[in-house]
Ligand binder design. Structure first.
Ligand code: SF4
Length: 315
């Protein structure tokens, strides 16, 4: 059975260029702050052959990029009989390549194995982009959150990925103002974020979810303090993103044309959103090569180059 959640086989909307294929739902981890396991149930996965068939269908509809999504992707396949893993699924997909490229959505840091890094880094099929939710860089807070890694582990993981491929875009989620988060604990998180080589942050001020363990914790952080810390981290994120974009000025990357709120843009394999002026003759959703020419503030701009393979950025 794979109709354990609403499986749509990949949503392709005419206005959108990429398709999102949800291959897993629910979560069995019960992080202390999270309502998902109560609201969405435990981990359930779509069998590999069904995932592959959906990718074939999307490929035949002309979808060039598919984003594999799930609530807790790293646990994909643990519920299936026979049991399988996210890594094994990716190997199958990589072998067949039913679409032009695949991007992964968020994966928990402790679920990134050396084999997975080698597979992703050694492939021109998987986008060099990973979103690794850290939540906090302070080990005492991580323990209270019921997250099973440390700040040191996270830095080491990011460095290992970037050693293999320096063009990887690494992003993360951070929860700001978790109960008992002192100024010192927050500073530790900031340091971990800065030492990891990340390219952007998604910042979430902690908000209590009734029914979770964390809702019973003492020593809440004030609303005002959460605002101050969040504002600071958003500024850090802007700087990181800009530094990352700057590294690629003058380089050509494969990119998919998208219809965004601010107009037509191209999203590179390593998650740089590039504004393109001369898009009239191109079809939204198609894969092109884009040279990044510069930045206007935080926005990258560039042009499409015909018949040119992208310049690799491996240092
Ligand atoms: S934060 Fe993620 S891993 Fe933790 S319980 Fe929620 S969905 Fe599961």
């Amino acid at each position: 059975m794979y109709d354990v959640f609403v499986f749509d086989g990949g949503l392709k909307l005419s206005k959108h260029s990429r398709s999102f294929l949800k291959i897993q739902d629910g979560c069995s981890q019960f992080c202390s702050f999270c309502i998902v396991p109560f609201a969405r149930g435990l981990n359930r996965s779509i069998p590999p052959q069904v995932v592959l068939q959906s990718l074939r269908d999307l490929g035949s509809q002309g979808v060039d990029e598919v984003v594999l999504t799930g609530i807790h992707l790293g646990t994909y396949g643990k519920d299936l009989n026979p049991r399988t893993s996210f890594f094994d699924l990716l190997r199958l997909i990589n072998f067949e390549r039913p679409v032009k490229r695949v991007r992964l959505s968020s994966i928990d840091p402790e679920e990134i194995s050396p084999d997975l890094i080698a597979l992703l880094a050694g492939s021109d099929f998987f986008c060099p982009h990973l979103h690794l939710p850290l939540q906090s860089g302070d080990n005492a807070i991580l323990k209270k959150m019921r997250r099973h890694y440390t700040g040191e582990y996270f830095i080491d993981l990011c460095q290992k990925i970037l050693e293999k491929r320096s063009d990887f875009c690494l992003g993360t989620d951070v929860i700001v103002g978790f109960p008992t988060e002192t100024e010192k604990a927050f500073k530790r998180t900031v340091q971990v974020l800065k030492d990891s080589g990340l390219s952007y942050l998604h910042v979430f001020p902690y908000s209590e979810r009734l029914g979770t363990k964390a809702a019973l914790f003492s020593y809440p952080v004030s609303l005002e303090e959460k605002k101050v810390r969040s504002r600071y981290l958003r500024q850090v994120s802007e700087k990181l993103r800009k530094q990352f974009y700057q590294k690629f000025i003058g380089f050509t990357r494969p990119a998919i044309l998208e219809n965004r709120r601010r107009g037509l843009t191209a999203l590179t394999d390593n998650y740089i959103s590039v504004e393109i002026k001369d898009l009239d003759q191109y079809v939204v959703g198609s894969l092109v090569n884009v040279t990044i020419e510069g930045l206007t503030g935080p926005i990258a701009y560039g042009r499409i180059v015909e018949n040119q393979s992208h310049s690799a950025f491996y240092i």
